[in-house]
Design a protein around this ligand. Sequence first.
Ligand code: FAD
Ligand code: N01
Length: 554
Amino acid sequence: MAQTSESRAGAQPSGAEIDVVVVGAGFSGLYLLHRLRGLGVTAKAFEAGSGVGGTWYWNRYPGARCDVESMQYSYSFSDELQQEWSWSERFSAQPEILRYANHVADRFDLRRFIQFDTRVMSAHFDEHDRRWTVKTDRGDVVRARFCIMATGCLSTARLPDFKGRDTFRGNVYHTGEWPHEEVDFTGQRVAVIGTGSSGIQAIPVIAEQAAHLTVFQRTPNYSIPSRNGPMPPEYERWWKENYAEHRAKARMSPNGNFHARNEARALEVDEAERHRVYEERWQAGGSTFVGAFRDLFTSREANDTAAEFVREKIRQIVKDPEVAELLAPKDYPIGTKRICVDSHYFETFNRENVTLVDAKRNPIEEITPTGLIAGGRAYEFDSIVFATGFDAMTGTLLKIDIRGRNGATLREKWAAGPRTYLGLMVAGFPNMFTITGPGSPSVLSNMMVSIEQHVDWISDCLAHMRSSGFEVMEATLEAEDAWVDHVNQVAHKTLYPSAASWYMGANIPGKPRIFMPYIGGVGAYRKKCDTVAANGYEGFEMTPDRAREVAAAE
Ligand code: FAD
Ligand code: N01
């Protein structure tokens, strides 16, 4: 890797050989570019969108906001940044998070490293010269020693293959690819298909505009009120005064959140105490509800107590008992699909202009020019909103033609499910890193904590390779196999695999059913990564730099 001065790091012309190609300019890509710049290496990022922000660039649907508090869902790498930025709400909305991403790009002067409106189509490793060749849809060809995939875990929107899908003559939207222009549903008959986190956030806002909203729900979701509101100044001050301590605690926690999990077990306390704890967390709002007791993810009986508490809340909120029953999830444990956090979701079903359709009993059969047919009944709409999720964790990577040693493709390697060492590298694909890839805590955590941890680990690793004269790094097959086994074993000690979730690939027909993220905990995972590095990057093979060896021999 070239030992360059910081001033050399900058936008690189197409065709140039550089040290690092970064794919994606969301929160991962941005922080990575900042760290790479600090290392003084030459780097270039390609981003399919026209701007930075990733998730927050694409998901502009009404109601989109974070479900991890903004004081925590933000970068910690710069104290100046975290002190100078003010969030207006406890859970900030998409426009504000996108402004933040843009602010970070400008404040750290990162735009000049990024080529926008450019999708990476292929990345091939050439064993002979130990370089990656990366090609884009705009004809760029770049050779680089390292290829780092900052492509996101929820960045490939999924539109189910409904019969007649393209025949609808009204407006069609997907929450994950929302238009940049304002969408006004006033006076319209609108359908929302899907009741995951995206649907649950969008439905209350669309209901306020639409003449009539019909919600097609196949599986009900557990959702906790966010209790969102303006950021209390004293709360912000408390965070800012204690950031170092709070962030340190979050980094070593099970899920990257500062708010502690209750270490008591639900089944060890009596019913009154259980109820008190659940009520306290329900009133506090947000996803920390599932941290109410430590055994909620390991004991179905314990989990049932929390699930029933939420079902009871739904029955209290929703006035029509039939609708309430339909909205109450029953056939999977709470939290094993990502818990939703809402603003007046269940209350929305008390509105006169909102209808809930049970799309399990009445599956959507066909999209028609004027609406859709479900359960044999025709519905007419002006707009259809697909809130049908993503090909999560692997979809975006597998869309790229990635080839490692001997021309082997990642698609073949992952045909039976993703295999990585630590979610960071794939055996047979040297010098390619993934950020928050499958096999890391990733989507089971406050992603900002996981993103920063991965970027720091990778950056430190590159610095180590340079100072120790290594040119190539690769996960060994043994280390990868052992890690994949461990990830599986840990997952199967919990209730998570019992739900047909996108964590399991269950939302995509034909996708292997493997629990993809690492459930062992953010803190434990960080320790493991640090130990691996401290032990000379155990489980990885390092190859000395040929040019250096030749130079030394001469
Ligand atoms: P992304 O933000 O997905 O960015 C990846 C970028 O890579 C995208 O811009 C994409 O265009 C680009 N890209 C992909 N493939 C290519 C290619 N081949 N060529 C060029 N560019 C490419 N997590 C939380 O912890 N808390 C939350 O509150 C939270 N809220 C969320 C809300 C929504 C609606 C969604 C969908 C996800 C949410 N997440 C949340 C998860 C969120 O994805 C992460 O928190 C984080 O934003 C991911 O950042 P990233 O940079 O890794 O990936
Ligand atoms: O996607 P999902 P999402 N017919 O896959 C339904 C993050 N996120 O975009 O469950 C009818 O969860 C499907 O039904 P079923 C967060 O990590 C965070 O909502 O398969 N329905 C389901 O109801 C989240 O988990 C926030 O039966 C069909 C829905 O579509 C992740 O992104 C906000 C169908 C898809 O739900 C994904 O959330 C938004 C069909 N053929 C997203 N196919 C925050 O709040 C699918 N569905 C931070």
